[in-house]
Design a binder for this molecule. Structure first.
Ligand code: MN
Length: 228
């Protein structure tokens, strides 16, 4: 067994509601334009074209009640999303078996440097600079399937300073959770610890230091995050 040449990076973990255990994160897949009204607000056709994904880095996710306004942007947006945590994976997973791989669910934020993402889009470049920055993904404590089932409908809402900004329903997801898992597994080998951020409803917008973002998904979780 070789020894490490440098100290190994810590395992990234998310909290589990009501438990001393934590959930280790392996990869983070994020789907784009998965609510029709959000696709329209971003200037795209909301028809059911093939889904597309990007990734955040595992260590972009964290448990916390603050979000540090990032560098190099003056237009940072909130995107509330249902978070899916996998307990197992594989390749070419059939849709009707996909939910068997889900460990649990939470609510999270796909915080976005929208100005940098827009520049990347315009130049045909990757999105990491807009999406995969430090502490860009605060996530609530996760809840296991035994506690919350497989939520397929219910209010998903983000308020900023008490005013609703994003309001949708999980039943508006264009690509449903089992479909996302099946689709991803045709392109990547999914595994335990993988996390899927399932897209955001319409109403994305900018935040400023001092804003409080209150996130809620019916029957799943709440998360309150202050921009600092
Ligand atoms: Mn998103």
């Amino acid at each position: 067994m070789p020894s490490f040449a440098i100290a190994p990076p810590p395992v990234v973990t998310l909290a589990i509601a009501g438990s001393d255990q934590v959930f280790p994160v392996r990869r983070v897949y994020c789907i784009g334009r998965n609510y029709a009204a959000h696709a329209i607000e971003m200037g795209h056709d909301p028809s059911r074209e093939a889904p597309f994904f990007f990734q955040k880095n595992p260590d972009n996710l964290y448990v916390g009640d603050t979000f540090a306004y990032p560098s190099q942007s003056t237009d940072v947006h909130h995107e509330i999303e249902l978070v899916v945590a996998l307990k197992s994976g594989g390749v070419s997973i059939p849709v009707d078996q996909a939910l068997d791989h889900v460990w649990g669910y939470g609510v999270g934020l796909d915080m976005t440097r929208r100005d940098l993402q827009a520049q990347a889009k315009a130049a045909g470049r990757p999105w990491e600079i807009g999406k995969a920055f430090e502490r860009s993904g605060p996530v609530s404590a996760l809840k296991p399937v035994e506690m919350v089932g497989h939520p397929a409908a219910g209010l998903i809402q983000l308020k900023v300073n008490g005013t609703p900004r994003q309001t949708g329903d999980l039943n508006q997801l264009i690509w449903k959770v089992p479909e996302m898992i099946a689709y991803l597994s045709d392109y990547f080998e999914l595994a335990a610890g993988d996390v899927i951020m399932t897209g955001t409803p319409s109403g994305v917008g900018e935040v400023h230091r001092g804003d409080v973002m209150d996130c809620h998904i019916d029957g799943v979780a709440d998360l309150s995050v202050t921009v600092i």
